[in-house]
Design a protein around this ligand. Sequence first.
Ligand code: SF4
Length: 469
Amino acid sequence: MKSACLVTFGCQMNVHDSQRMEELLRADGYSFVDDPEQADVIVLNTCSVREKAEQKLRSEAGRLKRLDALLIITGCVAQQEGERLLRSMPYIDAILGPDNLHELPAVLRTLEGGAPPQVRASFDTDAPQFLVHQADTSNTPVSAYVTTMKGCNERCSFCIVPYTRGPERYRQADDIVQEIQRLALGGVREIVLLGQTVNSYRDPSVPMAADAHPDESQFAALLRRIAHEAPSIRRLRYTSPHPRHVTPDLLRAHAEIDVLATHVHLPVQSGSDRLLKRMIRRYTREEYVTRANALRAARAGLTLTTDIIVGFPGETDEDFASTLSLVDEVGFAGLFGFKYSPRPYTPALKLRDDVAPELKQERLLALFEKSESQLRAILATRVGTRQQILIEGPSRPGAKTLAGRTLHNEIVHVPESPQATMGSIATVEVLRANKHSLEGRIESIDFAGEIAQVPSFRRVSLPVVSEGA
Ligand code: SF4
């Protein structure tokens, strides 16, 4: 049997794409190994959203070139660099952009037949294709990503995604709902809807009203359909929404749909109006705060997490102080913080990357310190409360404890129990707060999970980052 090793860099979209590529290759007779040294085919699914991730790809590819295996580069760097990558790294056998991943099995067959290295990196804007879970539902996890759209029309000045993933294209709502129903039959209990700006979703099969605003979103309608037509889905999350598409309709959905998580990851990027404008985020600090508060008003106890860039060109001490004060004001339960790095093709390249690396690092540490202390304070408030968790599996391989998530997306570790199978929903009493998680004991099983398998993630080389919105 042929073996493959899949290494994933970057965001949730890449994790989803890697899972789908794994399914395609398994259907083509491949088994999977974690060690590239044991593989006949190595796929590096790349990320170019930050310079560091791109550098990591280059060093990983260089390290692997000595192996007697086909080396395939997929994802955003593949799209961004295309032929150039092949010229600079001639030991690569194929390059596939995000819209060409479904071609992987066919490409491998041609390479095995002696075909020369090849590049496939074209956007499928005329007839968009979406990678979906395979019909075999025997290996489904408790929680599954489902894609709703791809690409992005926002063009934030720092972001390469519109260049590597193309313009927005949406899946038909019928297809999304049917995929979720199939996953639910296989035991999936939580769906995470994916899209670069997931809440700008529009159903391409529903004509827009003549008087509709061109930005009008049908995302809330999609959430309602999923909750109604896939009732055994117990948790519904989405990532990443753009603040400017937090519509009254979406707020109503949060108020009315029980299975919708009481947590939203709402990227803000900066707390300074001056920088938000330079970033072309198309909202002000005040508008962001208003929408964050509206989400909380819609659903009691809703927590928010965010993405923040430090050291964006022209960021002054005052701008950064505004960001810290926003973190205080909103009271985020967590954040992904990043140091700005110039990316090719982006409008921000025209701005001078003028914040010293040491200052970027200093600001990032200050941001993390604030975020950690806020998370600790929020977790401390959970001690002594009762929370419902969806049990995802062992806390870590071989552990005697199970891990589940609350509706707020907080991890709770509980002792093993024969009734608490994966996919069960349990009420737990929270006994202790750790730095990033909670510990508790199960009081009751509210919904018995069906047998579901541990998701078969392949190696993820970098921490998963939030790319999008
Ligand atoms: S940051 Fe998000 S919204 Fe902005 S261009 Fe990138 S993917 Fe689109």
